[in-house]
Write a new protein. Sequence first.
Length: 148
Amino acid sequence: MTSSPFPHLMIFTTIFFGILIGTYAFFMFSSSASESDSYPLAQDTRIFELLEGDDFMRAYENHPQGILIDIRTPAEFAAGAIPEARLINMYDRDFITRIHELDRHEPYFIYCNSGNRSASVMALMQDMGFQHVYELAGGIVDNRHLLQ
């Protein structure tokens, strides 16, 4: 494994995007409550779950309509990705727009390299009203056996 020549830049960038996503979610959804938001649901049927590698893949295989999203960089994606994964680079300028355009009722399976970025994205998707989101625990670092 090679080390980055700019480790502090990667840490800063990750923190910056986490703050950016959190701020966007706060302003986007805190002031736009609808009437249905005023009344609690009898039962919350949304699912946001952190799954270990094999359980993550089993859940994905059990959801034929499931969408697998890799939020790593294009270079990371090119080095190896889980089969059928779509790349939506978290560092792209239009990342939030691309997530916002997704159907909130479909099940999504997200992963990154280590689990840090996907945890931020899962929280964002929860705030945006997505119904079913599953995250790969430990990311690719802990689940290299899933790559192709």
